[in-house]
Design a protein around this ligand. Structure first.
Ligand code: MSP
Length: 521
């Protein structure tokens, strides 16, 4: 790419600090990390944001339950999310906390703009509120279970009656529908798009955007009896981090509108309806895309604290390995669908796709090179048609994978890379380089050279998904830091014959069931 790098701004939701991080949090952020890394390697100027959502009644109550003040409480729990990001090897460029001053300023600036534009007015709210969901519900949306009214999510609701500011959401339905129409890729996957469209077509009510019954929030400027509704506060984090309103005009101009907000399906409505409406109302461009991913279950069961089956990401990485966990989470399920975490599926993928397919290819080829080519990148003669077929597949892979990544179709991108790995394993078997050692050593070197090139391509392309393991593979090809970007894919940066290679070692161990343990997670 020539000229200045193209910007790419990607965000995770900011996580509630009322809980310790679990697989769901790890998953949303992982998908962003893989995209952020992919885009950086592809030459983009990436801004990858994550952080914590620290206001609201839920946090206030959780802190009170522990007998500490909310700021001390959020300081502690927010750190858990930072630690998780480091542990999972996420490459976020910033970590935002909604209790930071920069964020308070941004929220209040957005509020003032909305008020000045008459998009917010003072009224009073009488209706149902769920603290757990931090959401308001209409009477008709509620479900009744054992005679008790519940939110459609099953969360308890309480009747709230208090003065409140309202955002004129009802006036935005048509403009939102036009926006969705003009921007068909705004909501993904498409099944979710239809869901949002029918919600908006069903009519929108004005949205209560302030609360007076607790104090743990951003004060409403000019009316400090009120704190801002936590979702207006939370969504604004995406603007805060790029310098809104005036902390860093250049950064704001570079990265806004965001390229992608990654969210779970449960919080799509906030991102695909409320957020673009707030932004358009403030005359700020809406983000380019919101992708809603599915939810994980544990061995077929819904994950919940009461069932005691919450999956801890630290347990996963301790048991299976970090890159193995990263691989599995994005390989197992078509992104956007719900997925089930099953120990046996994890083991199957670790052993067949990582240890056998990818690991063995590297191990076999690199140790043959070590033994038979003096530990150096082999020389090569002319390439045969078979050589060119597989090389061309490797050269063309970035285009395929890029398309899949741009559609957030991680599992298809992985399929495409593994198709190359499968071809390479078949090529090894067909060419049988071990047999050529005596009969045609020059041809043996060419075959091993072709295979080393395939491994170079696979290793470069798996970096976003499995950064550490891919680095080990690329180290074994003596590839310098500057030779690992996507610009180095293809024949122009081919391995140089004669380059000294380190002694190869295995990268993907097989999973062996620990002594005395069954097959349950
Ligand atoms: N604070 C809000 C987001 C504000 S963004 C402006 C929030 N936080 S959360 O901590 O509850 O959820 C964060 C993410 O975790 C959501 O994207 C949610 O979908 C995801 N998950 C929570 N449980 C999950 C699973 N069991 N499986 C997959 N993801 C799930 O919502």
């Amino acid at each position: 790419m020539t000229g200045p790098k193209q910007p790419y701004y990607i965000t995770t939701p900011i996580y509630y600090v009322n809980d310790k991080p679990h697989i769901g949090h790890a998953y949303t952020s992982l998908s962003c990390d893989v995209l952020a890394r992919f885009k950086r390697l592809d030459g983009y100027d990436v801004m990858f944001l994550t952080g914590t959502d620290e206001h609201g009644q839920k946090v206030d109550q959780s802190a009170a339950a522990r007998g500490i003040d909310p700021q001390t409480f959020t300081d502690q729990i927010s750190q858990n999310f930072r630690d998780l990001a480091a542990h999972m090897n996420y490459s976020n460029d910033d970590f935002i906390r909604t209790t930071e001053n920069r964020h308070k300023k941004a929220c209040q600036a957005l509020w003032k703009t909305l008020l000045d534009r008459d998009e917010i007015y003072l009224g009073s709210y009488d209706g149902w509120y769920s603290v757990r969901d931090e959401a308001f519900y209409g009477e008709k949306e509620l479900i009744v279970k054992d005679g008790v009214k519940l939110a459609p999510t099953g969360a308890p609701v309480e009747w709230v009656s208090e003065p409140s500011y309202f955002f004129r959401l009802s006036a935005w339905a048509d403009r939102l529908l036009k926006f969705y129409d003009d921007n068909p890729d705004f909501i993904a996957p498409s099944s979710r798009r239809n869901e949002v469209l029918s919600f908006v077509k069903g009519g929108l009510r004005d949205l209560s955007v302030s609360r007076t019954s607790f104090k743990w929030g951003v004060p409403v400027p000019g009316d400090e009896d009120h704190v801002m509704y936590v979702w207006l506060d939370a969504l604004t984090n995406y603007l805060t981090a790029v310098g809104y309103p005036d902390a860093d005009p250049e950064k704001l101009a570079t990265y806004w509108p965001a390229d992608l907000h990654m969210v779970g399906k449960d919080i799509l409505r906030f991102h695909a309806v409320y957020w673009p409406a707030f932004l358009m109302a403030a005359d700020i461009a809406p983000p380019k895309r919101v992708f809603a991913h599915g939810w994980w279950t544990n061995e077929g069961q819904k994950i919940s604290k009461s069932l005691g089956n919450v999956i801890d990401p630290y347990d996963l990485t301790a048991r299976y390995g970090l890159d193995q966990t990263r691989y599995f989470l994005l390989r197992e399920v078509p992104f956007g669908n719900d997925g089930d975490f099953a120990h046996q599926s994890m083991v199957n993928r670790m052993n067949s796709e990582l240890a056998n397919d990818y690991g063995n290819l590297c191990q076999r080829v690199l140790s043959m090179i070590g033994k038979n080519c003096d530990g150096k990148v082999p020389a090569h003669g002319d390439f045969t048609d078979a050589d060119m077929t597989i090389l061309n597949k490797a050269y063309g892979l970035l285009d395929v994978v890029r398309g899949q990544f741009d559609a957030q179709a991680f599992n298809r991108a992985i399929d495409a890379i593994w198709a190359l790995i499968g071809d390479a394993n078949r090529y090894v078997d067909e060419m049988a380089p071990w047999g050529l050692k005596k009969t045609d050593p020059t041809r043996m070197e060419t075959v091993l050279y072709v295979l080393a090139e395939i491994i170079r391509h696979a290793g470069i392309l798996t970096q976003p998904l499995m950064p550490d393991s891919s680095a080990k593979i690329l180290d074994q090809l003596s590839l310098g830091e500057g030779d690992r970007g996507f610009a180095c894919l293809g024949p122009d940066h081919a391995l140089v014959s004669g380059t000294e290679l380190p002694k190869p070692s295995g990268v993907f161990p097989r999973y062996v069931e620990p002594e005395g343990e069954g097959e349950t997670a």
